[in-house]
Design a protein around this ligand. Sequence first.
Ligand code: AFP
Length: 289
Amino acid sequence: MTVSDPVVEAVVATIGRSATEIRQGLIGRRGTVDEENPSGETQAEADVWADDLLGDRLVGIDGVGQYASEERAEVVDCGADPAESDAYAVAVDPLDGSSNLKSNNTMGTIFGVYDAALPARGETLVAAGFVLYGPITTMLIATEETVTEYELSGGERTIVDRDVTLPDEPVVYGFGGRVPDWPDDFHAYAREIEDELKLRYGGALIGDVNQVLTYGGTFGYPALESRPEGKLRLQFEGNPIGYVVERAGGRSSNGDRSLLAVEPDGLHDRTPVHVGNDELIERLEAALA
Ligand code: AFP
């Protein structure tokens, strides 16, 4: 099954085809480079390499007007301003969870296709999704119509679930940040959830969110005492993941409102991120109010 919008289809086909290559290219690229990304984090060799590979391919697609990546300070202008034309802007986290490379744990590639110039509100997304480099490589694509899961092999994508829907009964949770760094109100909410659900936390947003999509539950990286703005990036992580989970029947929140309704100030803005079953996100927002 292809996506009905031809530009979105070209973007997801390019990312899907590149995923097998990215996975293979991780071998021998588990070290760090002597650089920091625009969010001040040490870059893995693989971060830089995957960004170059995806950037080179995505900027060449007709109908892509901007390319932005968590690994680059500025938006790349591809010749058409999404604010003044039909062109889309593509935002990518080329290797989300790349610090898991050292311990050989799960990682992902996240993408969002915005019908607006970046930085943009998540409400302007027309598609978003991710590749998950787990024991097998899978890809989830959310559009206005549906959320579909594929298995990727040798550049081909094969549907495994045409209509990914968050299960009604929540089972798992994963919360980021050190417990002593959690604000009291989040701490009290987390204590309740710990009594009700089973802990699953792997340190890569995509792996942890995919468990929530599979079993039901919630993932949160809250505002911290030391970092009230949160850790995750709105354009590259919060918005695409919020879009996927909302399209799959769940909710997203920055602690106060849907992630998709948050007005960005800058390309590399951070945000608290909470996604999951409706009832859990409602309780979270009530706890933080
Ligand atoms: P890296 O890409 O630096 O590994 O960060 C991963 C991440 O942005 C996101 O994927 C995780 O949910 C979160 O950070 C994990 O953060 P902690 O290491 O603080 O648990």
